[in-house]
Design a binder for this molecule. Structure first.
Ligand SMILES: [Zn+2]
Length: 260
């Protein structure tokens, strides 16, 4: 399955949501600069620190970016492309497709890709906002020539969808930063922020298990979440440890999708 005798694959991915994740949750958030500033941090600070870390460790990454984030933070997207990382589709706005009509979902797909490709990148992958897909999603991805999706949680390795020529690169909450670190003053005062050490332990356990099974490790992070200094220190430790395994193939999502 994997090149050069490697035992498993690992993709380092980021969903660069910036303000859009809050805007899609509550339209009134447009008038709440304090709330939105949580996302602005990703663009202002997080992405830059992440690009520095990836350069230092010489690792490839895939960044899924809503079109409107690219419009609002073009200098960051330009930097991402210049650093050689892959841009993936993550909606135009960050609206969950289940809240959209089929026509609206199609419009988001067209507009989002148009914006990302204006940065000179070829966009072949799609990660749905909030990992929600509809009965139309894979028809639309097929219609517009996408090669892969990274939104489903039904496997630990890549596969081709049964009725569509789309390859799936599965995700899971355990290998995401948000469930462990997300804190939102809106409704989650009862949710505790986990320590970086706890998350490092969870990620190491999952990495080890998937590696033994020869699957694909899809790490999903968000610049506004993992981009806090203490968490980035953990990410550096974790990735350095992951890299110390010679049999792990680190690649962008678009390269991994070609292995099916
Ligand atoms: Zn997102």
């Amino acid at each position: 399955m994997w090149p050069d005798g490697k035992k498993c694959a690992m993709v380092i991915s980021f969903d660069f949501d910036a303000e859009e994740v809050w805007l899609s949750e509550h339209p009134n958030n447009v008038n709440r600069p304090g709330v939105l500033s949580q996302g602005t941090y990703g663009a202002k600070v997080g992405v830059g620190l992440i690009l520095d870390l990836l350069k230092e460790l010489d690792l490839p990454a895939t960044l899924f970016v809503p079109g409107r984030v690219a419009e609002n933070h073009p200098e960051r997207v330009t930097q991402i492309v210049a650093a050689g990382h892959e841009l993936g589709h993550h909606g135009y706005t960050h609206t969950s497709p289940v809240k959209l009509s089929a026509a609206e979902e199609e419009a988001e797909l067209i507009k989002g890709r148009e914006v990302l490709e204006s940065f000179g990148a070829k966009v072949v992958g799609y990660r749905s906002p909030s990992w929600e897909v509809t009965p139309h999603t894979f028809d639309l991805l097929t219609k517009y020539g996408f090669e892969y999706s990274s939104s489903m949680m039904d496997d630990i390795t890549i596969y081709r969808h049964a009725n569509h020529p789309i390859v799936e690169l599965p995700v899971h909450w355990i290998l995401d930063d948000a469930p462990h670190f997300w804190f939102d003053s809106g409704a989650t005062w009862n949710k505790t922020i986990r320590t970086p050490e706890e998350v490092e332990q969870l990620w190491q356990g999952e990495f080890t298990g998937i590696r033994e099974l020869g699957g694909m490790i899809m790490l999903t992070m968000h610049p506004q979440i993992i981009g806090r200094p203490g968490r980035l220190a953990m990410l550096k430790r974790f990735l350095t440890w992951a890299k110390s395994h010679d049999d792990v193939w680190f690649a962008q999502a678009q390269e991994v999708a070609k292995r099916v």
